[in-house]
Design a protein around this ligand. Structure first.
Ligand code: SF4
Length: 112
């Protein structure tokens, strides 16, 4: 390896390290921002037309006659955990929080 190649490699390594250091705060803000957004999301209203269409309820026991035994939002593949206790996001109801003890007819089991 020549001195020229060594210097070029060293410059590339330093440039990569500096870019990584510069990007770290942006990544942190991005992660923190998504948590803040999740906390600010409203709870899904059971009377929302889409909630009605999917038979959503905050308490899964209210749909015992329809659901698979033990199925709740908290063990649904579409449930998105966040920092809000007992509530989470759901890809079936974007921008709304669903109860982790709730249920709807779009429930999908977790992969085993
Ligand atoms: S799709 Fe899953 S997480 Fe979303 S409301 Fe229905 S059961 Fe709950």
């Amino acid at each position: 390896m020549t001195d020229q190649q060594f210097n070029n490699d060293r410059r590339r390594l330093l440039r990569g390290a500096l870019l990584g250091i510069a990007a770290a705060p942006l990544a942190y803000v991005s992660v923190r921002g998504s948590n803040v957004l999740a906390q600010e999301m409203p709870e899904l209203d059971e009377n929302d037309p889409q909630a009605i269409a999917l038979n959503y309820v905050h308490d899964a026991a209210d749909r015992d006659e329809m659901r698979t035994e033990g199925a709740i939002c908290g063990n649904c593949r579409l449930y998105l955990e966040n920092d809000t206790p007992n509530w989470g996001g759901c890809t079936a109801f974007p921008g709304k929080l669903v109860a982790d003890g709730g249920w709807c007819s779009a429930w999908v089991p977790m992969p085993s």
